[in-house]
Design a binder for this molecule. Structure first.
Ligand code: NAD
Length: 361
């Protein structure tokens, strides 16, 4: 298969971690007989330095012309970098928002996996963490409260602010279809999270999700109220497979799920549109405090590349190979500094990439 991948290395540790993710993709291509064509695209601070803006039309067009985008992360030190003296629309983060919008990426996927070897980093009690967990939070990204009409006014001397939460059935259906498709590639369980005891938008959400579920008889669907879900995530995270939810609930729950894994350098993510296209990036930022030191953990970016193989290219065997390589290397006791613990062998970013590439054969 020919894979056309646009690469946004970005800022800070971005170039280091993307280099290692490309090393892994190249090894997968070699072992499984694929051809990869990379196109480099500038975004964020790197684009500001060259073009004066965080995202150009050429960059958007190059991303659109690819099958998928692999991204490091963008941004600098927000107190010292000159990028943050610019007006908000010219800062690095504006590039990220711009590209998400231009590519119509409405579905955000964030896996939260507790690896047995890293279970000490989990802040939950041993009797809960010992069961492990492997869930996927699927968050609607372009609708709901964050995109509804909002204003602040004053009535009779009293200040008042209004935000509106709107979803139409098409917006709900397309994310639900993605959620069920992803569940079919996993443990075939969807937990749809809403607040249907209070909100009309949640009642419509529930109805449409049930309509979509009818086309997926193999997938078990359950509904859960968001407040209960927040509790269940810390009480019994092992019960979840795919959590499907709207924008604001997903924003909060995905951070909660990340926290209970305890290791920021391991968290992958993807944003998808209604074709197979996706933008794949680690959940963490550009870590300017450790940029250029060769110590960043490349695994979140490598696992994001594995998601790309699985969800854009339907290369499940290849994605499994990458994920298994990560498990093996952790089992062998290799750690970057952020996940280091006693008795393990500390390695740098490049060494971690080399070790993982060697495991794919
Ligand atoms: P951050 O995630 O970059 O860093 C938080 C802490 O985690 C730092 O101590 C960092 O060294 C560490 N860390 C992060 N990733 C690591 C890795 N792979 N290996 C080892 N350690 C790692 O968050 P921040 O410091 O709040 O933000 C830094 C910059 O990143 C800011 O400009 C911010 O706007 C940007 N940012 C970008 C994205 C994105 O591109 N999607 C997301 C979040 C933050």
């Amino acid at each position: 298969m020919k894979l056309n991948i646009a690469c946004i290395e970005g800022d800070g540790i971005g170039p280091e971690i993307v280099t290692e993710a490309k090393k892994i993709l190249d090894k997968v291509a070699e072992v499984y007989g694929h051809e990869i064509v990379y196109t480099n695209v500038l975004m964020g601070g790197a684009s500001i330095d060259v073009h004066g803006v965080p995202l150009t039309e050429e960059a958007v067009n190059a991303a659109k012309a690819a099958d998928a985008v692999l991204m490091g992360s963008i941004g600098g030190d927000t107190t010292t970098s000159p990028w943050y003296k610019l007006p908000p629309e010219l800062r690095p983060e504006a590039g990220l928002l711009g590209i998400r919008k231009a590519l119509n990426l409405f579905a955000n996927l964030r896996p939260a996996v507790l690896y047995e070897e890293l279970s000490d980093a989990c802040p939950l009690k041993k009797e809960i963490s010992s069961a492990g967990f492997d869930m996927m939070i699927m968050r609607e990204l372009t609708g709901g409260l964050y995109f509804g009409e909002r204003y602040t006014t004053e009535e009779n001397g009293i200040r008042k602010a209004v935000d509106t939460l709107t979803y139409d059935e098409n917006e709900i259906r397309r994310i639900a279809v993605k959620g069920f498709d992803i569940a079919m590639k996993r443990k075939k369980k969807v937990t749809s999270v809403d607040k249907a005891n209070v909100l009309d938008s949640s009642r419509l959400w529930r109805k449409v999700v049930e309509e979509v579920a009818a086309d997926y008889p193999e997938v078990t669907l359950e509904h859960m109220l968001v407040d209960n879900c927040a509790m269940q995530l810390v009480k019994n995270p092992a019960q979840f497979d795919v959590i499907l939810t709207e924008n604001m609930f997903g924003d909060i729950l995905s951070d909660e799920a990340s926290m209970i894994t305890g290791s920021i350098g391991m968290l992958a993510s993807a944003s998808l549109n209604d074709s197979k296209f996706g933008l794949y990036e680690p959940s963490h930022g550009s870590a300017p405090d450790i940029a250029g030191k060769g110590i960043a953990n490349p695994i979140a970016t490598i696992l994001s590349a594995a998601m790309m193989l699985r969800y854009t290219f339907d290369l499940d065997k290849e994605a499994d190979a990458v994920e298994n390589a990560v498990k093996t290397i952790l089992r062998k006791g290799y750690r970057t500094i952020d996940i280091m613990s006693e008795g393990c062998t500390q390695v740098g970013c490049k060494e971690m990439g080399d070790l993982l590439a060697d495991e794919i054969n």
